[in-house]
Design a protein around this ligand. Structure first.
Ligand code: SF4
Length: 338
């Protein structure tokens, strides 16, 4: 069975996340829907503040409380709505079934506990029957698997005693200790230099190949998506602007925002004097979202209806969807009908 025929491992339907601000309640993520198949690598891209990380934290139910709240939608993991689970049951899913690695491991690792203790905690939580010796052995083997030399010595160290690349490897080791079904990697290489970035991505994909997990890669780096993902979602101002297979999206982008993003990637063919194309204007503030298309003020192809009618995701071609009124009426097919 290929990925297209597989049932979904994860199905996010009409997710809406609200934040309480001084200007009142705002929707940071609005009507976001997508699916993830076993073993698939899904990229979520978009500018800072477009809702990528809020979507990821929602999947783990790790949104900051009480300022944020999942207002609507479903997050179905193997058919079970994670939003209905009691918090204890959700803790058993986190780390064991769905794991996450963050951009800056210093904020995710506990600075006052040794590396060994922090990895062993994953085993204690999910395999309570494991003895101390067994946990130490498993922890050091995991560190070796993520390419940390002299693992037994590193286990005695604290996060601040390791380099950024080593800390990120430790995070990956902790996230993969229980061989999860899904790894969410939120900007996993942004804080690292280019050679370490490549090593970290290789490491994630080695594990994808050996344990068959699916990966959600969240990044603003379209190059990283092009190289590593099967499918991609382009987010804009808290909504899905476009989603397609990676090859389709890069060869035949449909949404004017996606086109603008792709045009703004520097290329070797460009001369130093040629200015890099940019998308004019700014993303609207969450408290001032227009009623119609959120991209309308920046869109060169805006139609009369764009200002007041919000476009829903519609089928451009097989498994390619865009939230844009330019999608030909004859091809309209709304996904995940409400
Ligand atoms: Fe542009 Fe209208 Fe499409 Fe929005 S819906 S991207 S404004 S053409």
């Amino acid at each position: 069975m290929n990925q297209t025929d597989c049932p979904s491992l994860l199905a996010v339907k009409h997710l809406g996340v609200a934040f309480q601000t001084d200007q009142g309640q705002v929707l940071a993520v609005d009507d976001v829907s997508f699916e993830l198949k076993p073993g698939q690598v899904l990229g979520i891209a978009g500018e800072s503040g477009c809702g990528k990380s809020v979507t990821a934290l929602s999947l783990m139910r790790l949104l900051p409380k009480p300022v944020s709240k999942i207002k609507e939608g479903e997050i179905l993991f193997k058919g079970q709505n994670l939003l209905d689970l009691p918090i204890d049951a959700m803790r058993k899913i986190r780390g064991k079934k769905i794991s996450m690695i963050f951009q800056e491991p210093m904020t995710a690792l506990n600075p006052v506990h040794t590396i060994g203790r922090q990895i062993a905690e994953s085993y204690s939580l999910h395999f309570p029957g494991m003895g101390t010796k067994e946990k130490n052995t498993a922890s050091s083997q995991m560190l070796e698997k993520v390419g940390i030399p002299d693992a037994r010595q590193v286990m005695k160290k604290y996060p601040h005693q390791l380099s950024g690349g080593m800390r990120q490897r430790v995070m990956i080791g902790m996230a993969l200790a229980c061989e999860p079904d899904i790894l969410i990697a939120d900007e996993p290489t942004t804080a690292l230099d280019v050679t370490v970035q490549a090593q970290i991505m290789d490491l994630i994909f080695q594990f994808r190949d050996t344990i068959g997990m699916a990966v959600i890669l969240i990044t603003h780096d379209l190059g990283l998506i092009a190289e590593n993902c099967d499918r991609v979602i382009i987010m804009y101002a808290g909504t899905v602007a476009e989603t397609a297979k990676v090859t389709t999206l890069f060869r035949h982008p449909f949404h004017p925002y996606t086109k603008g993003l792709l045009q703004s990637i520097p290329s070797l063919a460009q001369t130093a004097k040629q200015p890099l194309p940019t998308i004019p204007g700014n993303v609207p503030a969450l408290s001032e979202m227009p009623a119609g298309c959120r991209f309308a003020k920046r869109c060169e192809r805006a139609l009369a209806q764009c200002e007041n009618h919000r476009p829903r995701l519609m089928s451009v071609s097989s498994s390619h969807f865009a939230a844009c009124h330019l999608v030909h009426d004859g091809e309209k097919k709304i996904i995940f009908n409400k």
